[in-house]
Design a protein around this ligand. Sequence first.
Ligand code: IPM
Ligand code: MN
Length: 350
Amino acid sequence: MFKIAVIPGDGTGPEVVREGLKVMEAAAKKFGFKYEAKAFDFSGARYLKTGKLVGDQDIEELKKYNAIYLGAVGDPDVKPGILETGVLLKLRFSLDQYINLRPVKLYNSGFCPLKDKRPEDIDFVVVRENSEGLYKGMGEFRDKGTKDEVAIQVSYNTRQGVERCIRYAFEYARKRNKRKKLTLCGKTNVLTYAWDLWERTFYEVAREYPDITTDYAHVDATTMWFVKNPEWFDVIVTDNMFGDIITDLGAMIQGGMGIAAGGNINPKGVSMFEPIGGSAPKYTGQNVINPLAAVCAGAMLLENLGEEKAAKSVEDAVIEVVQTKLKSLAAGKMGYSTSEVGDLVVKHLK
Ligand code: IPM
Ligand code: MN
């Protein structure tokens, strides 16, 4: 019996999580595994009511679960930064989910904004470092509010933090067994401390993986290649900030936020899976948001639990629905409602 902590969150989060759980329940029946889902109400709405974010006790409680399933956290009435640090980053950091795994896979060329790209052209995975870099929150103001003000924001990179991420990426490229190519995405030409460490570590670890082809691309060039030649990529490893940025572009070329899922992974602890788009407040409660990103996040969660057949079957059902049913992946334009899309995936489970 698996224990899954569910954080529906804000906005359309609860709606997409409902469909994700509907699909998970159907997959559990089909593949004969059992789980109990317990809801946690961490959200912007709760913060506005109670002032509560995620506390250390909450973290201890979550450590008793096999996985976390998150909808979205974000409320337009809360000042930017509070929920991000107090909920999402608190969870990622405190549970040491040091990998943010973001597959970029096109399921239907009709939904790709790029000309002439087929599903086989856009099929790569970004391994984003998820615990350090600019996200560490290190820095200071000097002479705040004066004309001489200086704001310093530090990118904090430890050898151990960088190495464990790079190692994960090499292992992932090997296990994925596609093109067996790992690209380091950085900025060695300007950020000469951080990327010196990343580059040295990358090529040192690479010696242990002679079966994996290595490559390097600057982050600016990477965004260019995403648009021009996405077929060059297999697995990409990068730091927290660059990973955040390039995966939004990745989401667009795979068909948009409606389909993009990610996992915050602690290989030895509790991992958390989420659609990578936000809480989409303007679509809340209308039954129009695309739940497939959440469904795909659910598939990643199942794979993480070792239910690989179930995960594959959910992904295959999503592919089928995206290829044969939906008019668009965008909210309100799918030709079906949120709950109907969930039903379609359930119907196509094999
Ligand atoms: C993401 C989001 C978060 C991030 C925000 C909400 C803190 O953009 O998951 O990519 O920057 O990591
Ligand atoms: Mn982001």
